[in-house]
Design a protein around this ligand. Structure first.
Ligand SMILES: NC(=O)c1ccc[n+]([C@@H]2O[C@H](COP(=O)([O-])OP(=O)(O)OC[C@H]3O[C@@H](n4cnc5c(N)ncnc54)[C@H](O)[C@@H]3O)[C@@H](O)[C@H]2O)c1
Ligand SMILES: [Zn+2]
Ligand SMILES: [Zn+2]
Length: 393
């Protein structure tokens, strides 16, 4: 089959690779219908996630059709339309049975590498480095899905492929960001208006926020945040974000600050921007924490900082004293999709959410390399391509 493989920093190539098959009795094989470029793919593309190897198939946000099932698969059959959670979880360990699927003890066969850095292993993800399991990703014609009864969710009638694909990752991540932080009546500020930020805004409304303020620098993303998700907007290159948030909240600050940016954050402060970039390039820090710094400063006293933007390991100049003295609660995590996806598919079926506007550009698998480059220069909102274009049901 054909797949998009990582062959070094900023080098993705269409490659012929062996077809996947059933390895364990709980596996299924999926024919990929849609696979989208998540912001996390860009961290891999830009070379910021360690333990990538030449020939690794990337991609983890996808939906498709079941073509083969292992003998122990109970809930799925050939022909089922499914969306697959980007997090791989066994469903049986202590963490999985406590709704903490992204902390699964069993799904990451390279957990021993992670233990050296993180102390304990976390769950694996599709196409997301050997540190996170070394599983083949979804920017391919077919993909093997382990623990399939746990990770595959049947797409209800009336929910299109274009809606379902984002339920793999951006929708549950944005929803979790709000679910772990927002209370009815809260004023919520969201940094980053990519797919995750857009879904965090929508989810903040669903959790009862009274106001949602979105921050980015790309006008088309801010326009989508305003027109599609109903947020007030701040362009961080044109306005001092801290002063503006203080002004907008009567001097108090937002109750909840959501980081939907992560390790490749930019800063309008040129010194900070260059400082973080140089330190990251020299491997003196793995991540650029300018959004964390700004959000901690802007957050109201006693507020909540909810971090779903991805960080790899170490950051410099983290304002621990501000976090502590302002009594800010820090909530974090890779998404717990298996907990949220059934509910989110119902929200979409019932018209309470529609993530399909995140799909602005489509490519064939052959054009996928161009698609990833296009996501980097960001002329678009969130990019996905149809690997095998098919009409929506
Ligand atoms: N926790 C999870 O399970 C999970 C799942 C999916 C994605 N993610 C992560 O969430 C983050 C967002 O994902 P995405 O797909 O929306 O990514 P994206 O790259 O499409 O969007 C990130 C946005 O952040 C903006 N940004 C950069 N610096 C900023 C600043 N100083 N202030 C405000 N905005 C700024 C960029 O302009 C961009 O629009 C990424 O780090 C991604 O890896 C986490
Ligand atoms: Zn992702
Ligand atoms: Zn588990």
């Amino acid at each position: 089959m054909k797949a998009l493989c990582w062959n070094g920093t900023q080098r993705i190539e269409l490659t012929h690779v062996p077809d996947p098959g059933i390895l364990n009795p709980g596996d299924v094989v999926i024919r990929v219908v849609l696979s989208s470029v998540c912001g996390s793919d860009l961290h891999l593309y830009n070379g910021y996630v360690p333990t990538m190897r030449h020939g690794d198939i990337i991609g983890h946000e996808f939906a498709g059709e079941v073509v083969e099932t292992g003998p122990q698969v109970k809930q799925l059959k050939k022909g089922d339309r499914v969306v697959v959670c980007s997090v791989i979880a066994c469903g049986e360990c202590h963490h999985c049975t406590h709704d903490e699927y992204s902390l699964c003890d069993n799904s990451n066969p390279n957990g021993h590498i992670q233990e050296k850095l993180y102390g304990y292993p976390t769950a694996a993800f599709y196409g997301y480095s050997h540190l996170f399991g070394g599983y083949a990703g979804s920017h391919a014609e077919y993909i093997r899905v382990p623990y399939a009864d746990q990770g595959c969710f049947k797409i209800p009638d009336g929910v299109s492929w274009e809606q379902a694909v984002f339920v793999s990752d951006a929708v549950p991540t944005g929803f979790m960001a709000a679910d772990m932080s927002v209370k009815p009546g809260d004023v919520v500020a969201v940094w980053g208006c990519g797919g995750v930020g857009q879904m965090a805004i929508r989810s903040a409304w669903l959790k009862g926020a009274s106001r949602v303020i979105a921050i980015d620098k790309y006008d088309y993303r801010l326009a989508a945040a305003k027109e599609r998700a109903g947020a007030e907007i701040i362009n961080y290159e044109e306005t001092d974000v801290f002063e503006e948030l203080k002004e907008m909240t009567g001097g108090r600050g937002p109750d909840v600050c959501i980081d939907a940016v992560g390790m490749e954050a930019r800063s309008a402060n040129r010194f900070e921007d260059v400082y973080d970039k140089v330190k990251q390039e020299l491997k003196l820090q793995t991540d650029r924490p300018s959004v964390l710094r700004e959000a901690i400063r802007a957050c109201r006293k006693g507020g909540v900082l909810s971090v779903v933007g991805v960080y790899a390991a170490m950051v410099d100049k983290f304002p621990m004293g501000l976090l502590m003295n302002k009594s800010i609660t820090l909530k974090t995590g890779q998404q717990q999709g298996q907990k949220y996806i059934p509910r989110l598919l119902e929200f979409i079926r019932d018209g309470q959410m529609d993530p399909s506007y995140l799909l602005t550009h489509r490519w064939s698998l052959e054009g996928g390399e161009k698609g990833i480059k296009c996501s980097i220069i960001r002329p678009i909102n969130a990019c996905a391509w149809s690997l095998r274009p098919e009409p929506a049901p």
